[in-house]
Design a protein around this ligand. Structure first.
Ligand code: ATP
Ligand code: MG
Length: 413
């Protein structure tokens, strides 16, 4: 028996109605905010993610699915996230000179070789949005508002918004120094990974999940206390915009985000009661990314929302049961002639836009009715030779139990 790859999932017909409901809300909300859908390839040149996501990140160092292509020995990788691909597509398709801002959204699968657990898988599904061409906190507030309205429409009352600013290339160096000084004086308490991070990427120490490192992070210098005037002004304006839009938030110095490209505003929506993988949505500003991938200087702000984690949060509130669409009619038949008549009637009703099923197995009436019940058919119709000869049969309403006589060739629902 061949089994699925560890960390992947099958989404069965019982579950897809909920997925489609969630995805439908994402598409509708994104489009109401003027975002257009973009679809990019599942795999890209590895170099795109090394440069775009950052070669000191866990995602690139430990989690990417990378392999040699069959030709030219080129290295390619399954996408671990969406932003780098969207930026590449924007540059490659000459969109950088279009009227700004540009707003894109996507629903895509991403791949990371992580330790599988509830809310963390190796193939996962993300709703993401990117807005390019505005450095204003008004754009940050818009992105946050979009994520917030998706969560609101889903009914996720157990989710809280945490915001922070991690500064820009002007204020980062002073902050970085304060951080390195702080952690250097506690170096013996750091985990091995953090000891190496201290040189390369000290900001990452703040979101290390190791309990000792986590405890140290609480007393670490805060980015918000080291912002330059511009970053400080932007962060203040973001707060005023969110207040005006009536969006609740909390300033949280622990939010630094795992990918290298973030600058300025960063945020997460965190769900309560779903365990440790509780960030349902993470995002922020990435003003240096477009130019670092060969495009012009263009600001960006976006987020990624993990669909599996949303489902966990919905389940916590008992909001995760959505039924599959039910047949309006099931046509049971006895014998080959009736089976063909059943196909004919079902076909006619489907062309009228109805959801119709008929027997295609040729089994007993009892077995057919059991199937119709399981599918929750609203009406059933039973036909055999005598019904075909008379041209009429009994249409049964499965909810009320009432029957009425109908003409086989002309009835409708
Ligand atoms: P985390 O800190 O939880 O690992 P992250 O910072 O790595 O998250 P992002 O790269 O920002 O996550 O991805 C955006 C969102 O995608 C996350 O907030 C989360 O909801 C979801 N996500 C990320 N990695 C996974 C995964 N392995 N399995 C399921 N969902 C994921
Ligand atoms: Mg991660």
């Amino acid at each position: 028996m061949i089994q699925k790859i560890k960390g992947t999932m099958d989404i069965l017909p019982e579950e897809t109605p909920l997925w489609r409901h969630i995805e439908g809300i994402m598409r509708e909300e994104a489009e109401r905010y003027g975002y257009g859908e973009i679809r990019t390839p599942t795999f890209e040149n590895t170099e795109l993610f090394v440069r775009g996501v950052g070669d000191t990140t866990d995602v690139v160092q430990k989690e990417m699915y990378t392999f040699a292509d069959r030709d030219e020995g080129r290295s390619i990788s399954l996408r671990p996230e969406g932003t780098a691909s969207v930026v590449r597509a924007l540059i490659e398709n000459g969109k950088c000179s279009d009227p700004m801002p540009l707003k894109y959204y996507y629903i895509m699968s991403c791949f990371r070789h992580e330790k599988p657990q509830a809310g963390r898988s190796r193939e996962f599904f993300q709703f993401g949005t990117e807005m390019f061409g505005s450095a204003s906190p008004a754009a940050d507030a818009t992105a946050i508002s979009l994520a917030n309205s998706v969560l609101n429409r889903l009914g996720l009352k157990n989710v809280k918004l945490h915001v922070n600013s991690i500064g820009c290339k002007d204020c980062r160096p002073t902050y970085r120094k304060a951080l390195v000084d702080y952690y250097s004086s506690h170096i013996d308490s750091l985990c091995d990974t953090c000891k190496t991070r201290l040189d390369k990427n000290p900001l990452r120490l703040l979101d290390c999940k190791n309990p000792d490192c986590h405890a140290l992070a609480a007393g670490a210098p805060r980015t918000v206390d080291h912002l330059c005037d511009t970053c400080k002004g932007n962060f203040d304006m973001l707060g005023r915009a969110l207040d005006a839009m009536n969006i609740d938030y909390e300033v949280d110095p622990a939010i630094v985000r795992g990918l290298d490209y973030y600058t300025g505003t960063v945020f997460e929506f965190i769900a309560e009661g779903i365990g440790s993988q509780s960030t349902v949505c993470g995002g922020g500003r990435y003003d240096g990314l477009v130019s670092s991938l060969g495009g012009p200087e263009l600001s960006g702000i976006g987020f990624g929302m993990g669909i599996t984690r949303l489902i966990l949060a919905l389940r916590e509130l008992g909001l995760d049961s959505l039924e599959a669409e039910r047949p309006e009619i099931y046509i049971a038949s006895l014998g080959e002639r009736a089976m063909i008549k059943g196909l004919e009637i079902a076909e006619r009703l489907r062309r009228e836009g109805k959801f119709a099923e008929c027997d295609v197995v040729g089994r007993s009436l009892k077995a057919q009715m059991k199937y119709a019940n399981k599918k929750g058919a609203r009406y059933t119709l039973i036909i055999g030779d005598s019904e075909i000869d008379a041209g009429i049969a009994q249409l049964r309403d499965m909810e009320s139990g009432e029957q009425r006589e109908v003409s086989l060739d002309s009835f409708s629902l």
